[in-house]
Ligand binder design. Structure first.
Ligand code: NAD
Length: 503
């Protein structure tokens, strides 16, 4: 029997094939557990359960307040299990215990609590203006009714397993949908713990389903399944494009949160200490394995050299080590494969630009067995270089020199991505002017990474389609029905009929 089973129709279950696969601790390379390895037949089972729960079950018919009561319990139980969940998140996905406690579990719980509040407070009807266009028609009232979309297939990446699962599950179920979630195969454990919590809360069977297994089979089966009404995907732009293709034949609704190569623009009047710390926070938080990481620093030439040397000095103080130790600043990367990707890009960077900090696998007693890489900074990067254009998804910062704000904005916008960005400046009005010219979905002024459940998040260009979080993220899980109400029952009073009846 697997250590971790899938969750389908209100019960934990093995894969129909009986297959399982191992998941490893990236800090030590040791196996943690065996997980049931799902296939197409398991997706069929999960989609039928979600379909039945949507088409015949109570969940979509319940009031927002009734649903909110269960969604809120989910948030509260997650908060109560902060220690277990945080430790498991670190053992399965890397990062640090400080990040897991302060950011991952708290955010995950907060998202469920916020969407419980939205389910109670966001109205599911909205008045529209009376009908007015055709001559001879008196104003006739119209209104919108918001309804759940149906069965939602949800696919998440490995970088923030708990947070990404909460972004998917909470708004979907709060709005009355049923879901089939596939977490990233290398970091599935905490999504299965969320399924356990959902089981304790007692959602009707089939409302929440979690199918584990590879993207190429389980993910493809979800994204193409005729029983799925919407697919919400977070991951790479390459796979996001594939999801659109898979969803196209059955015209599913699609939300995509994809890759990024975000720029942090630094003006010459900045507080250097703030900019240095802020850019390193923007780049090296979770080793740069964050979609909105600010991996391009676009710096005014007047302060360029000073800022590069200050950042190099500070990056050298970040402490790599045991991720379960609260004193550790940087844990391991998620996997051997990701470590190799980073190494490959760093070798390219060494040919394209000037390495000023890091550049190698980290070594030392506690580090040799795990997937640790030094925080790495390249200076004199040209924005056309591979390391400035491609998403490395690792601890690698490219620093680019510009002469003024106009060039900085042009450089920042010269990217296929448009997910996020930052402006570091002492002049807030100037910073706002720069922010408004950047072609991305989120910009921070003198900050980075702060995402709240009340704020919409989405990408420009090839960074995504649609929005998650905030009220937009709730509406993204609703269909919108317009209802036209003509109370006049006299057949002769309907001007429209005269368009086909001449008498
Ligand atoms: P990925 O695209 O490789 O995988 C994401 C998910 O898709 C995983 O669950 C994977 O198993 C599944 N998958 C893979 N191939 C599939 C296929 N053919 N059909 C269906 N599903 C498939 O991404 P990743 O490496 O797990 O995560 C890193 C990427 O995610 C980065 O590009 C990052 O920028 C992006 N990301 C974006 C956001 C955002 O909100 N915009 C947030 C986090 C991560």
């Amino acid at each position: 029997m697997s250590d971790y089973q899938m969750y389908i129709d209100g019960a934990f279950t093995e894969a129909e094939s009986g297959d399982s696969y191992a998941t490893y601790n990236p800090a030590t390379g040791e196996k943690i557990a065996d997980i049931a390895k799902g296939g197409r037949e398991d997706v069929d089972r999960a989609v039928s359960a979600a379909r039945k729960a949507f088409d015949e079950g109570p969940w979509p018919k319940m009031s927002g307040a009734e649903r909110a009561a269960l969604v809120r319990q989910m948030g509260e139980k997650i908060q109560q299990k902060i220690n277990e969940l945080a430790e498991l998140e670190v053992k399965d996905g890397g990062g640090t215990i400080r990040k897991a406690m302060m950011a991952d579990v708290n955010t995950c719980a907060g998202v469920f609590l916020k969407y419980a509040e939205y389910a109670e407070s966001i109205p599911d009807t909205e008045d529209l203006p009376d009908f007015s266009v055709m001559p001879g028609l008196p104003g006739v009232p119209n209104y919108l009714k918001y309804e759940p979309i149906g069965v939602c297939g949800q696919i998440t990446p490995w970088n923030f397993p708990l947070v990404m699962a909460s972004w998917k599950i909470a708004p979907a179920i709060a709005a009355g949908n049923t879901i089939v979630l596939k977490p990233a195969s290398i970091t599935s454990l905490t999504a299965l713990e969320l399924a356990r919590i959902a089981d304790e809360v007692g959602f009707p069977p089939g409302v929440v389903n979690v199918v584990t297994g590879p993207g190429g089979t389980v993910g493809e089966a979800i994204a193409s399944h005729p029983g799925v009404d919407k697919v919400a995907f977070t991951g790479s732009t390459e796979v996001g494009a594939r999801i659109m293709q898979l969803a196209a034949p059955t015209v599913k609704k699609v939300t995509l949160e994809l890759g990024g190569k975000s720029a942090g623009i630094v003006t010459e009047d900045v507080n250097l200490e703030l900019a240095a710390k802020g850019i390193l926070w923007g780049t090296f938080f979770h080793n740069g394995q964050v979609c909105e990481s600010g991996t391009r620093a676009v710096v005014n030439e007047k302060i360029y050299d000073d800022l590069v040397s200050l950042m190099s000095e500070k990056a050298g103080t970040l402490k790599l080590g045991d991720p379960l130790d609260f004193a550790t600043d940087e844990g391991p990367l998620v996997s051997q494969a990701q470590l190799e990707t980073v190494e490959r890009y760093v070798e390219i960077g060494k040919k394209e630009a000037k390495l000023v900090c890091g550049g190698s696998r980290a070594s030392g007693d506690a580090l040799d067995q795990g997937y640790f890489f030094e925080p790495t900074i390249f200076a004199d990067v040209d924005n056309g270089d591979k390391i400035a254009q491609e998403e490395i998804f690792g601890p690698v910062l490219s620093v680019i020199k510009v002469k003024d704000d106009e060039e900085a904005v042009a450089v920042a916008n010269d990217s296929m991505y448009g997910l996020a960005g930052a402006v570091w400046s002492n002049d807030i009005e100037r910073a706002k002017g720069i922010a408004e010219r950047m072609r991305t979905g989120t910009i921070w002024i003198n900050e980075h990474h702060l995402l709240g459940p009340e704020h919409p998040f989405g990408g420009y260009k090839q960074s995504g389609v649609g929005y998650e979080m905030g009220v937009d993220g709730y509406r993204a899980y609703q269909a919108k029905k317009r209802i036209h109400v003509d109370a006049n029952t006299d057949p002769n009073a309907h001007f429209t009929f005269s368009l086909i009846f001449s008498q």
